[in-house]
Design a protein around this ligand. Structure first.
Ligand code: ARG
Ligand code: ZN
Length: 884
């Protein structure tokens, strides 16, 4: 009902404040309930009168009945925390509107009308960072997924596409730069000290792609000439002191634009492309049409303050957001269940871009590592969902590693099956056929199927079934043939029990034991539950190299001799398979060791085999150092936990560190030699120098475990000699894990050096929070009291608590204090920034896979959160799924 007397304009929220426990369970939204919206909104005109504490918005919507939707005289406009100040229909003020919850509902008699709505908001009070908010004295927006409704009443759904004309005005000294989507069309001064600008975006878009920025910014500018010869003005906008850190972002943008033309035939379509860096941002970045808004973390980089990894992050995210211009903006999503349509595809595109810009093999290994560390646990836990979910309560909770990274893997499989060329024909058809539309995942699959000439009937199961399939492997010799028998099974996930077999494309090679060669790689596709593949011409069992390049996102179960893995780790010509063999060798051993089923002799034998392979990696001079650095990385604790139904985090940690220490001692001389070879080489961004920096810190990591005193000295040397952040951060990271007398001095030196650079101060917090130091939990509690710490800035909150929960062994401290602290953080953050608060829930949500004592404590913390009054929809949904 309409409640104009209620200052919030939101009766539900007002009730909730009085009687928290009666707030209704947030509604479940189902994919199958999709209906087109009853009205089209071909044009929108927005007028912003800007102020940090008060912004007044007049929105003029041209609406007309949607001929393909069921007729409905009511126009429901979504709102979130808004009160209409004035409403006009066709120029006349009307009173015939009602509030239904937070939404505004009008009844319109005719076929087409003009609706004008005035709202007022306080951007400085917007701590959720959704909608229009203030950051560092500037104003900016984040509208995906449902933030536009916090600015004005609107059909805030991705299938309503409109052209936007945006006028904004404000004090010139406070907001000298005024930006929105599309092209700048007009501007001027309207009063003493007040200026205005008008922007027009000719490309129809959904509201989630709207953006506005007003602030005191400076730009690095450049010009890009597109494949058809059009000139595009490029700008990267930052705060004045940051201009010197924008070169890499601009270079990355230009490379992205060129690459998308060459690899996907996609040309940019406006006269301007703006990127703005803001320091308060919930996610990485946002692809708003012609006006991408970025977390500073993914824009700013120079050698003094950014690591090699940070540089890669900037390049990847700049690419990602730019590529969205076609995969996301020109073709958008029909509804939020289709999120992977744009995100999975765009992640694949940014991965392929980064592969082309650097080492393809190393990039592939990194991407698989991320998938296994973040997505596999999600897929095997209470929050598992298909890449195209069937229901949600809060869509922000579905910006997940599954939708993004598994979504990319699923499309990559189509590309593997089709081959690069035919895949391109598929994507050409997709872009052609659906340009200007709000499409579905099904549209994408159908276009690839037709354009690439694949039969994807069974393949569509990858969109509907959650959980990573497990493939069991047997290899036998029968009458001169190698017989490979594969069996697949998919685990039950919430709401999905009996699963059907899915097509699993596996790139394989069979190595002859005598010659050490194979007769060429082949692609086999496992489509049935169990299937045999026969290969002629073997009178001895070959060595199988399987799932090369990680051609399918599955878990492989196989019995393979340690010697064969040592062979593959040293000799496989597929770099991913080589990495995988090393990982398998170590995972196989640690799995047995963690169960406590290993005699001393067996442990010694297993370590000796690993030591042989590890030493070969350290000393193989045909390997480049970037790859060597990858091969040196031990399987992560979360990936190890994944291998067991229920695990004890303390045991995993102890065995993994034990092996690391043994390797550090056993290969001490080789590691020291690497550290020395890599020291004293001056900074450059070329691959060789980056490789040296990578193995340098890797060597230090092992030495720190095996020979801590020696390592402390080397870390000190590395820190003092550092002429770049990669070396400096690497040395500090190692030192932070040691109980060395130099530890505190190095930490304070780092802080003093970089106290004015928030992104580096974030690193300083994170290094301590994720360190191997046994006192990490206590350190985190102390750091929470540091004057630079605040929960209100998402980067800062994550730098302390996300780093801790994701990486510190003390998160799982036996007394449950780590769990308690993270639950407290969730409760404290929820009223400030629910989206960010909810992202901490999965760390507690994995309780079913943890040994019973800890599991009980984790569950108890989840229950404590669930019982809290007035929980956000975001946190409520994640906690209830985790307990369910
Ligand atoms: N579309 C953005 C990207 O992947 C992510 C924005 C998500 N934002 C959010 N608040 N859920 O590039
Ligand atoms: Zn994206």
């Amino acid at each position: 009902a309409r409640t104009p007397s209620n200052p919030d304009g939101n009766p539900e929220m007002a009730d909730a404040a009085v009687e928290p426990h009666t707030s209704p369970e947030p509604q479940l939204i189902r994919r199958e309930d999709y209906r087109p919206f009853a009205w089209n909104v071909p044009q929108v005109a927005l007028d912003f009168v800007l102020g940090l504490n008060q912004t007044r918005i007049t929105a003029r919507l041209d609406v007309e009945r949607n001929p393909v939707a069921e007729a409905d005289p009511t126009l429901r406009l979504n709102g979130d925390g808004l009160t209409p100040v004035e409403i006009r229909v066709d120029g006349a003020v009307v009173q015939s509107w009602v509030m239904e919850g937070a939404d505004l509902v009008l009844t319109l008699p005719g076929e087409a009308h003009q609706v004008e709505i005035v709202t007022e908001i306080d951007p400085s009070a917007n701590t959720q960072l959704m909608g229009l908010y203030a950051s560092n004295g500037m104003l900016c927006t984040q509208c995906e997924a449902e933030g536009f409704r916090r600015i004005t009443f609107f059909p805030d759904r991705p299938d309503v596409l409109s052209t936007y004309r945006v006028r904004m005005s404000g004090p010139k000294d406070q907001f000298p730069v005024l930006l929105s989507n599309g092209n700048h069309v007009d501007g001027g001064e309207s009063a003493e000290g007040v200026h205005w600008a008008e922007w027009y975006d000719p490309w129809p878009k959904p509201s989630y792609l709207f953006a506005l920025v007003a602030g005191d910014l400076v730009a690095r500018k450049d010009v890009f000439t597109t494949m058809s010869g059009r000139k595009v003005d490029l700008a990267v906008w930052v705060r004045e002191g940051d201009l010197g850190r924008t070169e890499h972002a601009m270079e990355s943008l230009i490379k992205s634009m060129k690459w998308d033309e060459e690899r996907f035939g996609r040309e940019y379509d406006l006269d301007t492309f703006n990127i703005v860096a803001v320091s308060d941002f919930n996610m990485g970045a946002m692809e708003n049409k012609g006006l991408n808004i970025f977390n500073t973390k993914y824009v700013l980089a120079d050698s003094d303050s950014a690591t090699d990894g940070d540089y890669d992050g900037v390049e990847g995210v700049i690419g990602h957001e730019y590529f969205h211009n076609w995969s996301g903006n020109r073709i958008t999503c029909r509804d939020w269940f289709q999120l992977s349509l744009k995100e999975g595809f765009t992640v694949l595109r940014d991965q392929l871009f980064s592969q082309d810009m650097g080492s393809a093999a190393v990039k592939r290994i990194e991407d698989v590592r991320v998938l296994r560390a973040a997505q596999f646990p999600e897929d095997s836990g209470p929050l598992a969902h298909p890449i195209r979910p069937d229901s949600y309560r809060e869509i922000s909770n579905f910006y997940t590693a599954t939708v993004y990274n598994k979504g990319a893997e699923v499309i990559r499989m189509m590309r593997t099956m089709a081959g690069e060329e035919r895949f391109r024909q598929g994507t050409d058809l997709y872009f052609d056929r659906h340009d200007g539309e709000a499409a579905t995942c099904e549209d994408f699959v159908a276009a690839i199927e037709e354009g690439a000439g694949l039969d994807l009937a069974q393949f569509r199961l990858w969109y509907s079934q959650a959980g990573a399939p497990r493939v069991t492997v047997e290899l036998a010799l029968e009458d001169g043939e190698a017989v490979l028998t594969l069996q697949q099974s998919a685990p039950a996930t919430p709401g999905q029990s009996g699963k059907q077999p899915m097509p699993i494309p596996l790139r394989i090679a069979l190595f002859d034991r005598e010659s050490g060669q194979h007769g060429g790689e082949q692609l086999i596709v496992l489509t049935q539950e169990q299937q045999s593949f026969r290969f002629a011409g073997f009178d001895q069992l070959p060595i199988l190299s399987l799932n090369r390049g990680f051609s399918a996102p599955v878990a492989i179960d196989r019995e393979i001799a340690a010697d064969d893995l040592v062979f593959l780790a040293a000799r496989d010509d597929d770099p991913f398979a080589r990495y995988e063999a090393m990982q398998d060798l170590i995972v196989g051993h640690l799995k047995k060791a963690i169960g406590g089923h290993l005699s001393d002799d067996d442990r010694a034998a297993a370590r000796a085999a690993i030591g042989t392979a590890f030493r070969a990696i350290l000393t193989d001079d045909t390997l480049d150092d970037l790859m060597r650095g990858e091969l040196m990385i031990l399987p992560g604790a979360s990936y190890l936990a994944e291998q067991m139904l229920v695990s004890d985090p303390a045991e995993i940690h102890a065995e993994r560190e034990g092996l690391k220490a043994w390797l550090g001692a056993h290969c001490g001389a080789e590691l020291q030699a690497i550290h020395q070879r890599a020291s004293g080489v001056s900074y450059s961004r070329d691959a060789a120098a980056r490789g040296l920096r990578k193995v340098k810190t890797q060597a230090l990591v092992y030495l720190a475990a095996g020979k801590p005193e020696l390592a402390a000295g080397l870390a000190q040397d590395q820190y003092q000699a550092a002429d770049n952040m990669t070396d400096r951060q690497g040395a500090l990271m190692v030192m932070a894990g040691l109980e060395s007398p130099d530890r505190d001095a190095m930490l304070s030196d780092f802080y003093d050096r970089y106290r004015d650079n928030p992104l580096v101060v974030d690193k300083w917090f994170a290094i301590q929070a994720q360190s191997l130091h046994p006192g990490a939990l206590r350190h985190v509690k102390e750091l929470a009291e540091h004057p630079d710490f605040t929960l209100r800035n998402p980067n800062r909150a994550r730098s302390l608590y996300m780093a801790f929960a994701a990486a510190s062994p003390t998160f799982h401290q036996a007394d449950g204090e780590g769990y308690r602290m993270i639950a407290d953080v969730i409760l404290a953050l929820d009223p400030i920034n629910p989206q960010t608060a909810a992202r901490f829930v999965p760390f507690l949500g994995r309780w079913r896979r943890i040994e019973p004592k800890r599991a009980a404590m984790m569950k108890q913390e989840l229950e404590r959160i669930a019982a809290a009054p007035a929980l956000s929809r975001d946190t409520y949904e994640q906690v209830s799924r985790s307990l369910g």
